[in-house]
Design a protein around this ligand. Structure first.
Ligand SMILES: C[S@@+](CC[C@H](N)C(=O)[O-])C[C@H]1O[C@@H](n2cnc3c(N)ncnc32)[C@H](O)[C@@H]1O
Length: 278
């Protein structure tokens, strides 16, 4: 039986896979693409945690790194086929990386037994071993419900955190915690800026939300964290328009970008999961 996860892995990262060819910015918009205010806030976070180096895992086209370097930080971009150093220090960031790590999908059958979904999204073998233990700890369901088993994401993140000698690791992603698991899962595709059917032929991005609480760090939301880091969507005072119209327009545009980053039903609702090592 080919599980959905292995077909998903091939579709994104196998020969001819989506991420072997495509640039993320051409298909979807992350916080990094939405505004440089995001990177500037990450730079302030780096300073707060005493880091002068940032490692950006799943760096895409390196847009975040460009902003961080302009803020005076050293940046190591890690993309597919780059080797993650054995030892990491400073701030390690992974923005929208974990949702692209293929995970097993499971559906509870009419007897309440969770079964892996196949590449055709049909029920297959009974879920067992560590995947079953993960479901028992993190995601319960009724007959007909679907779960996205977070173990592959947990393992990928644990592999990052274990390399951290001293510093902070921060995973930023859309996701859920135990109280609000989506009963039918969140699997979806993106192509050319639009949501689409998740087709397993390498023609689109395929993503599922991340179980944030099982990653093992402190979970916060982007809106709160960015506001604490000084991002504000407050409009500039109207008087500025008559005294310095260029400054007024720039401040208005920054407020619009900040509003997108802080939107509780959009990017602002993303989880920020922190692990620290001192
Ligand atoms: C959704 S994109 C996010 C890009 C960027 N962080 C941003 O916020 O715009 C996910 C990126 O993770 C990369 N990626 C996936 N698996 C990876 C791995 N094992 N190591 C490094 N990068 C990986 C993909 O190639 C892709 O560029």
């Amino acid at each position: 039986m080919t599980t959905y996860r292995s077909a998903w892995q091939q579709a994104l990262y196998g020969p001819g896979g989506f991420y072997r060819r495509e640039r993320p910015a051409a298909h979807f918009r992350t916080s990094v693409h939405a505004s440089e205010l995001f990177g500037q806030a990450i730079a302030r976070l780096a300073r707060q945690v005493g880091a002068d180096q940032v490692t950006d895992i799943g760096a895409g086209s390196g847009e975040l790194g460009r902003v961080l370097r302009a803020e005076g930080l050293k940046v190591l971009d890690i993309e597919l086929d780059d080797e993650l150093p054995d030892q990491l220090t400073g701030l390690v960031v992974a923005n929208e990386w974990l949702d692209n790590i293929p995970c097993e999908l499971a559906e509870w059958d009419e007897d309440g037994v969770p079964r892996y979904l196949t590449a055709e999204l049909t029920p297959g073998d009974v879920v067992e071993g560590n995947d079953l233990a993960w479901l028992q700890q993190w995601w319960s369901g009724e007959p007909g419900d679907r779960a996205e088993i977070g173990l592959a994401r947990d393992n990928a993140w644990a592999d990052v955190v274990k390399r951290l000698q001293h510093g902070t690791a921060l995973a930023i992603d859309y996701g859920h915690v135990a109280d609000d698991r989506p009963p039918y899962g969140t699997l979806t595709g993106f192509r050319a800026g639009r949501e689409c059917e998740p087709v397993l032929d390498g023609s689109c991005d395929i993503t599922a939300h991340v179980a944030l609480d099982s990653l093992g760090g402190e979970v916060h939301n982007q809106r709160d964290m960015l506001m604490q880091l000084g991002v504000s969507a407050k409009r500039p005072p109207l008087e500025l328009a008559s005294t310095d119209s260029a400054a007024y327009l720039a401040a208005l545009s920054a407020a619009g970008e900040a509003a997108e980053l802080l939107d509780p039903s959009g990017l602002g609702g993303f989880g920020w999961v922190f692990s620290h090592r001192s």
